[in-house]
Design a binder for this molecule. Structure first.
Ligand code: SAM
Length: 268
């Protein structure tokens, strides 16, 4: 298993004093704590259901999740379909979460899936493409999808994060912390083009749900490595949010993409 960090800036670029201490390895950054993943998965449940219904989940036989993390969504997919789910992640199976017995865990890279050409009916990814070599993973998805098969992805775009009032703004913190951790924080807007370039027919949707800005939305940011000045700024924002939570707004665009393999795929 390859535990490489695709960081664009190495930790050595900064002095120790500039760094927030952390007991987690940099290569852990792409998997938030289980509690956070549970909260995110629960928050996205409705949108995920609608998207998967649109993608005709129930009629799909070979179902793959890439970047399965703690296996929470893989469990859900098994329960929804009554079928087994192939959960691909660069990590070993999670400890601390009981996997449904129908989850088949595969340690592997989304950029090199261990499946034959045109053998998969549905690939699901949630908050994963930002951590991948996304173009390669997209081409790989297109290779393994059967004619009529679909890729379903839910991915954020922090470049479009809308926040109000200005003293609760955190966009610059997200962008720098995610980039430092090796993620592409603006992956959402790039996915439709990548999907089309890989030969898939693309449909996009957006989350239609809005909630007032809450301190809890910053818990994920706090789990990323922050510079000392960024950590101070985050603490200030948390304080500001407490003082005027009534008017504070934060909306993160989540791109929901369905990419369908044409039934008469060119070049196959
Ligand atoms: C943010 S977590 C998302 C977990 C899950 N999809 C969810 O929504 O709870 C990203 C996951 O992608 C995995 N990952 C990162 N790079 C990967 C790669 N190249 N191939 C497969 N999995 C990868 C990480 O190990 C991590 O479990």
């Amino acid at each position: 298993m390859c535990l490489r960090l695709r960081g664009r800036r190495t930790l050595n670029d900064r002095s120790n004093s500039d760094r927030e201490s952390s007991d987690r390895e940099s290569s852990d950054r792409d998997l938030p704590s289980v509690d956070l993943c549970r909260t995110q998965a629960a928050w996205l449940r409705g949108a995920r259901s609608r998207l998967l219904r649109r993608a005709a989940l129930q009629g799909r036989r070979t179902i793959v999740e890439i970047g399965a993390g703690w296996g929470l969504v893989a469990n859900e997919l098994c329960q929804r379909t009554g079928r087994s789910v192939l959960a691909v992640d660069r990590r070993s199976p999670p400890r601390g979460v009981e996997l449904d017995e129908r989850v088949q865990w595969i340690v592997g890279q989304a950029e090199r899936l261990p499946f034959a050409d045109r053998s998969v009916d549905l690939i699901f990814a949630q908050l994963t493409f930002l951590w991948l070599d996304a173009s390669r993973a997209m081409r790989e998805a297109a290779r393994v999808l059967a004619p009529g098969g679909v890729l379903v992805a839910i991915e954020p775009d922090y470049g479009g994060l809308m926040e109000y009032p200005p003293d609760v703004a955190t966009q610059h913190l997200w962008l720098s912390a995610l980039r430092r951790a090796g993620a592409d924080p603006c992956i959402g807007r790039k996915l439709p083009g990548m999907c089309a370039a890989a030969g898939l027919r693309v449909e996009t949707r957006f989350l239609d749900r809005y909630e007032p800005a809450q301190n809890s939305r910053l818990d994920l940011l706090a789990e990323l490595e922050l510079l000392a000045n960024e950590a101070k700024e985050l603490a200030r924002v948390r304080h500001n949010l407490e003082t005027h939570s009534d008017i504070a707004v934060a909306h993160l665009p989540l791109w929901m993409v369905i990419g369908e393999q044409p039934t008469t795929a060119k070049g196959v």
